[in-house]
Design a binder for this molecule. Structure first.
Ligand SMILES: [Zn+2]
Length: 306
């Protein structure tokens, strides 16, 4: 090999060496930029903080003259008892949406009066729905017809509300019907599904518009009606909440769902007087707005929002 050839060979070797080095550096630089930032460290929960207790929430929604009660069960299921008048449709649906409710597992139409079932058809149309529970009675009104139509369109079946029927029952949590006890009444109000909702040591008695006849039947049947919270029947009408029944329930809180300045003069002064003398704290949706009870099964707290 001549000198010129040697030089040329060395130059080629040097070029190859430089090219390889440049490639390695460039790969290293690329790798550097591809390095992923470390995963965020998962925060461990404090070992000494006990788990949040499962809470039952019962919302007496301010819907003017009528009833609409949202029950949020500790296991995440929802029950809606009545859905107020048709004119309160947006109030009821807005309230449910604001609380993130998208499925209502149990829908109870206590009895087919407009101030209880008026917005139920809209609720069933707009929310995922489980079971529908209503008493076996019909009425010749537009809202009732519309409700049956929607139930049919959605392929839902109706569970008949009658004393002794269980809506749900598991691990200290239950909802049972105490009324209607009979199958025929003169007044539609007495067909009202009366619900005894129990969560461990705490009970709610939700009466729809049941009148004194139904109250008498529940007591005669030996129903345990004792509850910390009573939904005062029929918006505080004098047709209901007899002294005997009130004594048996012996509530700490009495909730009246009623519209301000309503045409029926609800609640009746005699009922307010009975409630005051019973020692119960009386709460009214026309005065306090929406009333929400919360319980861990032992203690009950409530809040109001007007
Ligand atoms: Zn009513």
């Amino acid at each position: 090999m001549g000198n010129t050839m040697k030089k040329l060979f060395i130059i080629i070797l040097a070029l190859i060496f430089l090219t390889v080095c440049a490639k390695i550096w460039s790969d290293q630089a690329n790798n550097k930029s591809n390095v992923q930032s470390p995963l965020p460290v998962q925060t461990q929960s404090e070992p000494n903080v006990p788990a949040k207790p499962a809470v039952l929430k019962v919302h007496f929604i301010d819907v003017g003259q009528g009833d609409a009660i949202l029950v949020q069960l500790p296991d995440g299921r929802n029950m809606l008892i009545d859905a107020a008048a048709r004119e309160s449709e947006s109030t009821v649906m807005g309230y449910l949406r604001e609380r993130g409710v998208d499925r209502i597992d149990f829908i109870v139409g206590t009895h087919p009066h407009e101030d209880h079932i008026g917005s139920l058809d809209a609720v069933i149309k707009n929310f995922k729905t489980g079971e529908v529970i209503m008493p076996e009675v019909t009425t010749n009104t537009r809202v009732f017809y519309d409700l049956l139509q929607v139930i049919k369109e959605r392929g839902l079946s109706i569970k008949k509300a009658r004393a002794g029927v269980s809506i749900f029952e598991n691990s200290g949590l239950s909802a049972k019907l105490l009324a209607p006890q009979a199958t025929e009444y003169e007044s539609l109000n007495n067909y009202s599904a009366v619900i005894f909702l129990k969560y461990q040591d705490v009970a709610f008695l939700l009466t729809g518009d049941a009148e004194s006849e139904s109250e008498k039947e529940m007591l005669a049947a030996g129903c345990d009606v004792k509850a910390q919270v009573l939904k005062v029947s029929h918006h505080g009408s004098s047709s209901s909440t007899t002294a005997k029944f009130l004594q048996a329930v012996s509530p700490s809180y009495a909730v009246i769902s009623v519209g301000a300045g309503n045409d029926y003069n609800h609640p009746h002064p005699a009922v307010l007087d009975r409630l005051a003398r019973s020692g119960a704290v009386t709460l009214r949706t026309d005065q306090q707005g929406t009333i929400v009870f919360e319980s861990d099964g032992k203690v009950i707290n409530y809040s109001t929002s007007k």
